[in-house]
Design a protein around this ligand. Structure first.
Ligand code: 4GY
Length: 236
């Protein structure tokens, strides 16, 4: 998957070169191109913003500069996403959907925002990472790249994708590793039993219990087996 990121602050994306995403880039599973919007300013001082028409605080990024930066890419077949608190909130379903795209273009705003005319012209989807206001779209773009990359073939193991929170609509079961005893607390006996049927059942029940206790609203639109329902009755 190819991801082009239009930003005034390309240096902010250094963290993506670490760990799992760093390896995915090295292995050519994902390609991330950082495009500095400032490079497309025709101004002798490389100015990209101006005061808002109608007055008010702060600066607005000019439509023409963003448009020229966008056109320098090959936008055919790409999905262009603007990160903004006005977008629809990102969730695991949307992440999975986006992971099927060949080419994403992420547009990051800063200051008071970007001239609406270029947004109307180039943006296919407006996405928010949550109901709070940040100083720019760079952190949200990194959140989206991280979440989407996990679903690109080869980035993490198939097992990890299938076992995780949300893929089954439930929260995860708790994990344990050595030592067997920590501060007088023992690893649950069943996990040492080697009985994989029992382990699977215990994990399913812990997932249900966790979801009921921490995020009960997730169970509202969820189809549960009779066995799941019977187990959950103990908590209600
Ligand atoms: N929340 N989810 C968010 C944000 C900052 C001015 C437009 C968010 O996605 N983006 O708070 N973005 C603003 C800053 C320009 C984006």
């Amino acid at each position: 998957m190819k991801i082009d990121i239009l930003t005034l602050f390309p240096e902010m994306f250094e963290p993506l070169k670490q760990s799992i995403l760093g390896r995915a880039i090295e292995n050519n599973l994902i390609e991330i191109n950082l495009i500095n919007i400032r490079d497309f300013s025709k101004d002798k001082h490389k100015k990209v913003d101006d005061t808002p028409y109608g007055g008010g605080a702060g600066m607005v990024i000019r439509a023409d500069v963003v448009y020229d930066a966008f056109k320098s890419l090959n936008p055919t077949n790409a999905k262009t996403i603007f990160l903004s608190p006005q977008g629809s909130t990102l969730n695991q379903n949307k992440v999975q959907e986006l992971s099927k795209e060949d080419h994403l273009i992420l547009l990051c705003g800063h200051y008071e925002g970007i001239d609406q005319r270029v947004l109307d012209e180039i943006v296919d989807e407006e996405i928010s990472i949550g109901d709070y206001v940040l100083t720019g779209g760079e952190l949200p773009a990194m959140v989206l790249v991280d979440a989407v990359s996990r679903y690109v073939d080869g980035v993490i193991s198939k097992e990890s994708v299938e076992e995780e929170s949300f893929s089954n609509g439930l929260l995860e079961y708790p994990q344990y590793t050595r030592p067997e005893t920590f501060l007088n607390s023992k690893v649950p006996e069943v996990l040492l039993s080697g009985n994989h049927q029992n382990i699977e059942k215990w994990r399913r029940q812990k997932s249900l219990e966790n979801t009921y206790k921490k995020r009960p609203e997730l169970l509202k639109n969820k189809k549960l087996s009779l066995e799941d329902k019977e187990f959950l009755c103990k908590f209600k």
